[in-house]
Design a protein around this ligand. Structure first.
Ligand SMILES: Cc1cc2nc3c(=O)[nH]c(=O)nc-3n(C[C@H](O)[C@H](O)[C@H](O)COP(=O)(O)OP(=O)(O)OC[C@H]3O[C@@H](n4cnc5c(N)ncnc54)[C@H](O)[C@@H]3O)c2cc1C
Length: 457
C-alpha cells in the first residue's frame, strides 16, 4: 500500500540494527532493565536468569490440549508465574493495554499456542523453525507481492517498525487522496450510521445515516467497532459484544534544550502488571522515546536538542485511575475531562522524573483520552469469531462482511491486511456478478464475511 500510494519517499523505517529497535526496556524494581538481545545475554539477565530453571520445564512438559486459555495461564503453565508476571504482562500492556490474566493466548499470541500444539514445547518448536501462523490467503498475498516487488522481503526482514515523516496519519491521508482522485469513491465524513436493513430478496442493504437521506447499497463491509455494529443490526449476535474495549490516555511530552536527556537510547519501556502498576505507577503502561525511536521525523537545528516522549496510561486500569466505572464523559468541555487530562499529565511528568531521572519541565504537553479504543480479545474469542462467520454467512449470504480491530488482530498491519483481503474478495464477487450478468451470484458457500481466516488461526 505504501508503494501504491507513492509514500516510499516519506517512509521512516526503523532498522532492526538501530538502538531504537534493539534497546527495549522494562521498568521493574525501581530501575530500567534492557531486554536481552541474545540467548547469551538472557542467561545473565537479572530479570530472566532466575526464571530459567523453571522455564526449562517447557522442554519436557506435555501440551495441555486446551482449545484456549488466558495468556497468564499459558505462560505460567509452561514457563512459570515469574515469566508471566514480570515480562509477558508488560508486553500485553504494550500491545493491548490489557490484562494478561483475561486475554486469550490463542487470539493474541497465536504463535505460542501453535508451537505447543504442534511440537509439544514452545522452545523446541522455535528451535525447529515452527510457529508461523499463515493462512492460505497470507501465502497467496505474500507470493503476489514478492513477485511484484522482489526487494520488499529484504526490506521487511531488515525493518523493525515504521512510520512516516509526518506520522502514521500520512497513510490514511494518502489513501483518501488516492481514492477520491480515482473518481469512483464517495467518502462521507462525520456521518453516523444509525441502522442497517437487509432486503434478502432484492439483494440490497438500506443504510440509515443521521441527518442524511438513506443509502441503498449492494453489500456492506462494516469496519465499525463490533459493539456499534451490534446496535445497528436487526439480528442479535452475542459474539459482537463479548469483548470489552479499554480506554487509553496518551500524553505527548516535548522537552526543548539540553536539560532533558534519556538515560539510554532506545525504543522505550513498559511496566509489568506485577509492579502493582495500577497503584504504584498510577496505571502507566509504558513510555515511548519518540525522538529516539524515529529521529528523522524531526528536522532543523533543534532536532538534536529536543526530547519527545509519549506516555500511555490506563487501559485495563483506566477506571481504577479515574475512580469511576463509566469510562470518560463524551463532552470535551466537561470539567471531568479537563480534570482527567490534568491527572494524566501529572502521572506522565512524575513518571519521567522518577523512572528517567528527567527533572526538566516539558515545553509542550498534549493529552488525548482515547475512549474504548483497544478491543480486548477475551478467552474463546477465536471460536466466537468462527460462530459469527457461520451466522453471517447463513443470515446475510454475502450482504454483510466485517473487518477492523474488533475481529482478527488489533495492529495497524493486521487491520490493513484483513481489510485488503475482504475488499479483494468482495470486488472479486462483484466482478463475477457483472461477468455473468446476474444480480444474485454470491452463493452461500462463497459469501464473504471477513472472518474466513478465523478457521486457520
Ligand atoms: C494509544 C494507541 C496506540 C496504538 N499503537 C499501535 C502501534 O504502535 N502499532 C499498531 O500496529 N497498532 C497500534 N494501535 C492499534 C491500532 O491503532 C488500532 O487497533 C487500529 O488503528 C484500529 O483501526 P480500526 O479502523 O479497526 O478502528 P478505528 O480506527 O477505531 O475505526 C472505527 C471508526 O468507526 C467510527 N464509527 C463508530 N461508530 C460509528 C457509526 N455509528 N457510524 C459511522 N462511523 C462510526 C469511529 O469514528 C472510527 O473512526 C494503537 C492503538 C491505540 C489506541
Amino acid at each position: 500500500m505504501v508503494k501504491a500510494l507513492n509514500l516510499d519517499q516519506t517512509l521512516e523505517p526503523v532498522l532492526k540494527t538501530s538502538p531504537a529497535a534493539k534497546n527495549r526496556f522494562i521498568y521493574s524494581r525501581n530501575k530500567l532493565h534492557m531486554l536481552p538481545s541474545s540467548i547469551g545475554s538472557a542467561l545473565t539477565h537479572p530479570l530472566i536468569a532466575p526464571k530459567i530453571p523453571r522455564a526449562g520445564l517447557d522442554l519436557i512438559k506435555s501440551a495441555s490440549g486446551q482449545s484456549d486459555e488466558s495468556i497468564e495461564s499459558f505462560i505460567t503453565r509452561r514457563f512459570g508465574k515469574g515469566m508471566s508476571d514480570d515480562l509477558i504482562s508488560a508486553m500485553v500492556h504494550g500491545i493491548y493495554a490489557g490484562d494478561a490474566s483475561k486475554l486469550s493466548v490463542r487470539s493474541t499470541f497465536g504463535m505460542l499456542y501453535h508451537l505447543e500444539k504442534d511440537y509439544g514445547s514452545v522452545v523446541l518448536g522455535m528451535l525447529m523453525g515452527g510457529g508461523t501462523v499463515e493462512t492460505p490467503w497470507d501465502t497467496v498475498l505474500k507470493e503476489k507481492i514478492v513477485a511484484k516487488m522482489p526487494d520488499l522481503k529484504d526490506f521487511v526482514d531488515k525493518t523493525s517498525i515504521y512510520s512516516f515523516k509526518d506520522g502514521l496519519e500520512e497513510l490514511s491521508r494518502a489513501l483518501e487522496r488516492d481514492l477520491v482522485a480515482s473518481g469512483r469513491v464517495d467518502i462521507r465524513k462525520a456521518s453516523i450510521v444509525e441502522k442497517l436493513d437487509f432486503d434478502q430478496q432484492g439483494r440490497t442493504v438500506n443504510v440509515s445515516i443521521k441527518g442524511q437521506d438513506p443509502l441503498q447499497v449492494d453489500s456492506v463491509v462494516s469496519a465499525l467497532p463490533p459493539q456499534v455494529l451490534y446496535s445497528l443490526l436487526p439480528n442479535s449476535y452475542p459474539e459482537l459484544i463479548q469483548n470489552p474495549s479499554v480506554t487509553v490516555a496518551v500524553v505527548n511530552l516535548v522537552y526543548n534544550g539540553d536539560q532533558a536527556r534519556l538515560p539510554s537510547p532506545g525504543f522505550g519501556y513498559l511496566i509489568p502488571r506485577s509492579e502493582n502498576s495500577a497503584v504504584n505507577h498510577k496505571g502507566l503502561l509504558g513510555i515511548v522515546f519518540d525522538s529516539c525511536s524515529i529521529p528523522d521525523q524531526d528536522q532543523g537545528a533543534s532536532r538534536d536538542h529536543t526530547l519527545k516522549l509519549t506516555a500511555m496510561i490506563g487501559g485495563h486500569m483506566f477506571e481504577q485511575i479515574v475512580g469511576n466505572h463509566d469510562g470518560v464523559d463524551a463532552n470535551p468541555e466537561s470539567s471531568s475531562i479537563k480534570e482527567q487530562e490534568l491527572l494524566f499529565e501529572q502521572i506522565a511528568v512524575d513518571a519521567v522524573k522518577k523512572h528517567l531521572k528527567i527533572e526538566a519541565i516539558p515545553d509542550i504537553v498534549k493529552v488525548h483520552i482515547h475512549n474504548q479504543c483497544i478491543p480486548q480479545y477475551l478467552v474463546g474469542h477465536l471460536q466466537r469469531m468462527q460462530t459469527l462467520d457461520q451466522s453471517l454467512r447463513a443470515d446475510y449470504d454475502g450482504l454483510l462482511a466485517v473487518t477492523g480491530a474488533g475481529y482478527l488482530g488489533v495492529s495497524v498491519n493486521d487491520c490493513i491486511k484483513n481489510a485488503r483481503e475482504v475488499a479483494e474478495a468482495v470486488v472479486s464477487k462483484m466482478g463475477e456478478e457483472e461477468e455473468n450478468g446476474e444480480a444474485q451470484l454470491v452463493g452461500k458457500q462463497d459469501a464473504v464475511t471477513g472472518l474466513e481466516r478465523s478457521w486457520f488461526l
